[in-house]
Design a protein around this ligand. Structure first.
Ligand code: AMP
Length: 474
């Protein structure tokens, strides 16, 4: 693979999303709407729902937030007892309805709709091959590659064709597939993204995170296993070992930042508990004399509680978040992001004035947010000292498996020492959690992907050798 091709690959669109599906309920679309609402944090750019009444597939999708898109009128256009839904995460340059999922296709075995969370690492090569064979693509989503491969595969049943497709695709994928009379859930062999199975009112539910189960009152049954294909139809559940799972590589960043604290992921572990442990271990590794511990809301909240618990320094809410703005990080332009921190956060002078403050956040990516926050806490809040504590190790590598990280060049910790970053963000001290500390916080630490902190990528991808040799700086 040439440098140009690698470049194209590394900068193409990625899928950072939430998915939800239900089989066997007369209000399938309405419940999917609620499920997507609970998964809104996994993607705010656009959303879609596909349903089936056993005869026909219906689809409604649009740019925007779930609650704005799905009016009563729209939900009424989604009849049936099966449904899948998808929340799409925003990335620069790819904001377009054609990339909003589910994607629907019609081929020899009938109609299918596909919703995908994750990122294939060989999608470009597969797309090129398919295009050479005559395939015409309508979007630049990986999901369409999966659809074309399935259409091209041999076999008389969809199951057989999907199994063939899974042998060809590589990377991170949690997939939901809807047919007229069937729901299929698939998880990649490494189990990178979460995907759980639940039960509600006689129906089966599959969701990226269990927080969606809680909203509707569903019961968690288990995770979809890495490499498993779960077929749900009139005959009940059929579990198929569709692709060999060599080892697990769950995304550790789901625990650090991405998943909701009230969810139970990766074998039923509560995200909030893990985040609090990260904070406790951080306090043990990087103590400091201070008067108050404050979180950067909302992402730093559980870790700040953990830090406060372990250190004995009182916890308080020194920054107030305006919840009516989206995650500033996903704004496409740097100029908007700069403005965004102030739009989102305001310091509480009563808590900060003349105090020595520990500020806990989950991660530093470019350093922009931390710099603004430290300035804000000092200048507007009146803090005497600001000690930044980060409940994850230094983010030094981009993610190729579905987390929205910028290029390596933009990751401040990839080219700067902790002390340099401390000076850049103008904090009085700065400490990150160690890799060992992070591993202490999770049971079975070998089952996780730490690539963004180590540059060791568990699923190899085209151009990886260039990345490792630093010939190609992303
Ligand atoms: P930055 O200003 O680039 O250093 O961004 C750091 C902030 O972005 C932290 O407060 C994190 O909580 C948040 N963050 C980290 N990773 C992501 C992500 N993949 N998507 C959105 N926000 C993120």
């Amino acid at each position: 693979m040439g440098k140009q091709q690698v470049n194209r690959y590394l900068h193409r669109i990625r899928e950072y999303c939430g998915i939800f599906g239900i089989y066997g309920h007369p209000e399938a679309a309405n419940i999917t709407y609620l499920g997507l609402h609970a998964l809104q944090h996994r993607g705010q750019e656009g959303a879609g729902i596909c349903s089936s009444d056993g005869k026909q597939i219906y689809i409604e999708k649009s740019m925007g937030l779930v609650a704005d898109i799905f009016t009563d009128k729209r939900l009424k256009r989604l009849p049936g007892y099966i449904a899948i839904g998808h929340n799409r995460y925003s990335t620069a340059g790819s904001s377009s309805l054609k990339n909003v999922q589910p994607l629907v296709a019609n081929f020899s075995l009938g109609n299918i709709a596909v919703a995908h969370n994750g990122n294939l690492v060989n999608a470009d090569e597969l797309r090129q091959r398919l295009e050479e064979e005559g395939a015409i693509f309508q979007s630049n989503a990986d999901t369409e590659v999966i659809i074309h491969l399935t259409a091209h595969a041999r076999g008389s049943s969809l199951k057989e064709r999907l199994i063939q497709t899974l042998q060809e695709i590589s990377g991170a994928y949690s997939l939901l597939i809807l047919r007229e009379k069937e729901l299929i859930a698939i998880r990649d062999p490494f189990g990178v993204r979460p995907l759980s199975l639940g039960r509600f009112d006689g129906a089966y539910i599959v969701s990226s995170e269990t927080c969606a189960f809680d909203l509707i009152g569903a019961e968690y049954i288990r995770d979809i296993e890495p490499g498993e294909m779960l077929v749900i139809n009139d005959n009940g559940l059929e579990s198929i070992r569709a692709v060999h799972s060599p080892h697990r590589a769950h995304c550790i960043f789901e625990f650090i930042y991405f998943a909701r604290p009230d969810s139970y992921i990766f074998g039923g572990k509560n995200v909030n508990n893990i985040r609090k442990s990260l904070g406790r271990i951080l306090a043990e590794e990087a103590p400091v004399d201070a008067d108050v511990v404050i979180p950067v809301p909302d992402s730093g909240m559980p870790a700040a509680i953990g830090y406060s618990e372990h250190s004995g320094i009182p916890f308080d809410l020194g920054l107030i978040r305006n919840h009516y703005v989206g995650r500033t990080f996903i704004e496409p332009k740097q100029t908007i992001r700069h403005f965004g921190v102030k739009l989102k956060l305001n310091p509480v002078r009563e808590i900060l004035n003349n105090r020595r403050v520990v500020v806990v956040d989950d991660s530093i990516v470019r350093g922009t947010t931390s710099k603004k926050i430290v300035k804000m806490i000092k200048e507007l809040g009146g803090a005497r000292e600001v000690h930044m504590r980060i409940s994850s190790p230094k983010t030094i590598g981009p993610c190729f498996y579905g987390i929205d990280t910028p290029t390596r060049r933009e990751l401040i910790a990839s080219s700067h020492m902790v002390d340099e970053i401390k000076r850049y963000i103008t904090a009085d001290s700065l400490a990150y959690l160690s890799i060992e500390g992070l591993q202490r916080a999770v049971p079975n630490p070998d089952d996780y992907c730490y690539a963004c902190f180590t540059n060791n990528y568990p699923i190899s991808f085209p151009g990886e050798h260039l990345l490792q040799m630093d010939l190609f700086i992303v």
